[in-house]
Ligand binder design. Sequence first.
Ligand code: S3P
Length: 460
Amino acid sequence: MLNQLILVTRLNSIKVMGKKIFINNENNSFKKTIWVDGDKSISIRTLLLGSQAYGKTSIENILLSEDILNSINCLKKLGIKISFIKKQCFIHGKGLNGFNYRKNIVLNAGNSGTFARLILGLLIKSPFYIKLTGDKSLSKRDFARVILPLQKIGAKFKVNNKKTLPVRIIGSNFVNPIHYLEKRGSAQCKSTVMLAALNSPGLTIIKAKKSRDHTENIFKYLDIPIVVKKKKHHDEIRIKGQKNFKSFNYKIPSDPSSCAFFVVLTLLSKNCKLIIQNVNVNQSRIGYIKILNKMGARIKIKNLRARFGEKQADLHVKSQPTLKKINCPSSLNSNLIDEFLILFLAAAKAKGVSSFSNLGELDKKESPRLKLGSKLLNQLGIKTRLTKDSIKIFGNPSISLKKTINIKNYYKDHRIFMTSVIAAFTFGGKWKIDDIDSYKSSFPSFLNIIKKLGLKFKII
Ligand code: S3P
């Protein structure tokens, strides 16, 4: 109860009484050092793996966002004790498949596609049907992508024709180690199969298009039998299942996807300098830094160190009044999949026409982000040329809006909300932005950091 209360108090640390945020405040200048919330992908993975370890796992700097709160509640429903002392999270694991299965369990993943997909991998031996639900946005997203491989491994599903939530999954006593080809560049699909492999006898072999590799890294850190061969365009992953592993200690670095909003805010503002400390700089997550540097930003990665099987560093960013257009190589798409919206904003202020292609996956996120990203830019007066999987952005470095911009009907997407707030502080004009609670699913300190930088907004 106390733990719940601590989480809820943190989530409400900015009291949001109304629905809209009002911003009328361009030309800010700041020179600051900040800390950003813990990495969402790693937070979910440490929770899931802590639930399968033997003993008490301790996690520092876990992200305390709504997605994580929902993940914790789901694991508790599966009989895993999770407690907090101050902000330190303890997971009391009971070994592989140590869930306490009961009839009629309903897991609500809220907005979290990552938790919803990955937990299915761990339910591969459930003796009863377990129902998985989510919020309106998650209930529109595709689950066929994980249902198909899990069926091959041995799970059965009750699901609608569209293969969207709610789904019911029942596991099997006869779990097969499979050969799985992951072609989308989806870390969620790859990780779901990797988690199911923990309970499979023998060798699971995955050939996966490049995507974030945190599950591989944490498997290695925990001494789970895994061999990864990195090839040019894909990785080959071999996992030997049914090996128990011990509880562990982990300190989670800051989320580079959350940092991206403040990196672009700094670049597009005048006379600003920002240092962001302790950031996860795993190569599979910093595609956006590479792209922004190609556009003329001079973002520096300093004080690089290895921790818990991942790389951490401090990011140093300065204003950059003249960004250049970019022709974004689509081989980097999986490495910056969550940062496209904020990159589109940077491209909107760059000199020349930027292009981004092979982006079909972007419309399958919390909202159809390719379409809505284009709509948002058009609302600012930026010309775009959109196809079903690509966008060209006609940048305008001298844009300075005078009009009122009203941001509503953007599917309550957290990243659209945060991109709009950064646009409001860098493009001029008077802004009214809806869906104010959305940022709490991934980045609960977002508005607190905006305040810390001295930027003004009103919530009415
Ligand atoms: C994630 C993988 C990505 C990303 C999501 C987090 C993960 O999704 O968009 O926010 O933690 O594995 P896909 O793997 O489906 O592209």
